[in-house]
Write a protein that binds this ligand. Structure first.
Ligand code: NAG
Length: 234
């Protein structure tokens, strides 16, 4: 069996970094229930008891009809809201805000919706262009984001709606990017694949594109998503 990799969209800023950065900005390690958790785990835990409607962040890139992700605009929206709350509560950066649960819930929700919308467009593009397997088409989500149960649930709603099946590695394998890259090295070493001796000339490339990049074609297609909300409930 052979695989063809096609890139429909890329991430302009790696998604895994937004949530840990928000957690750091909120000083969540000072929260009694989060001191031993990673940033991502802390946001997921606090979000469960937060009200996301208190911070109605805009989903990024709403008017760009492609499959690229960007979290830069969302990050500045969140930072602005945090600064505003700090001013209201009269506290310095580095002190816990009273509304961290609500900010966590709103952040997690907006990230989930952004991922779902861009992926929804990718699924529609693939269907229109015959790029999906006709039997049992699968959406795979991996990496740090795939350890978040809210995001998994959101993408399950999407795959059920579009007739796909969502596959995610077990959360313990959805970890830090650096660890996953290092593990790829371990696997390669074991298989003896792509191993170079120290005195061989190596040509480094700043980017490692995956397969054929057709993101410009996807943008030109400009697929609009059907209106209507997706209901995410637990
Ligand atoms: C920590 O968790 C406990 C148990 O879920 C909860 O009752 C408590 O309110 C939490 N503490 C804070 C500061 O949110």
């Amino acid at each position: 069996m052979s695989f063809i990799f096609i890139t429909l969209g890329t991430c302009l800023i790696v998604s895994d970094t937004l949530v840990p950065r928000v957690a750091r900005r909120l000083s969540l390690t000072k929260h009694p229930n989060c001191s031993t958790l990673s940033g991502g785990q802390a946001i997921e835990l606090l979000a469960r008891s937060g009200d996301r409607r208190k911070f109605p962040f805009r989903t990024p890139m709403g008017r760009i009809y492609d499959c690229c992700f960007s979290f830069a605009g969302l990050r500045s929206q969140i930072t602005m809201s945090i600064m505003k709350k700090e001013a209201e509560e009269g506290i310095e950066q580095g002190t816990l805000l009273s509304c961290v649960n609500d900010i966590a819930a709103a952040t997690q929700h907006t990230v989930a919706v952004h991922l779902a919308k861009r992926t929804h467009r990718a699924i529609l593009f693939c269907k229109e262009n015959g790029l999906l397997s006709s039997e049992d088409p699968i959406l795979v989500m991996s990496g740090g984001v795939a350890s978040n149960q809210y995001i998994r649930k959101t993408l399950t709603v999407l795959t059920e709606k579009t007739g796909l099946r969502l596959l995610c590695p077990p959360p313990r394998f959805c970890t830090d990017n650096g660890v996953m890259i290092a593990w790829n090295g371990v696997e390669r070493l074991r298989e003896g694949k792509g191993i170079l001796s120290p005195n061989e000339d190596v040509c480094y490339e700043p980017k490692a594109p995956l397969g054929v990049d057709i993101s410009a074609k996807v943008r030109t297609a400009g697929i609009r998503l059907p209106s209507g909300r997706m209901k995410i409930s637990f």
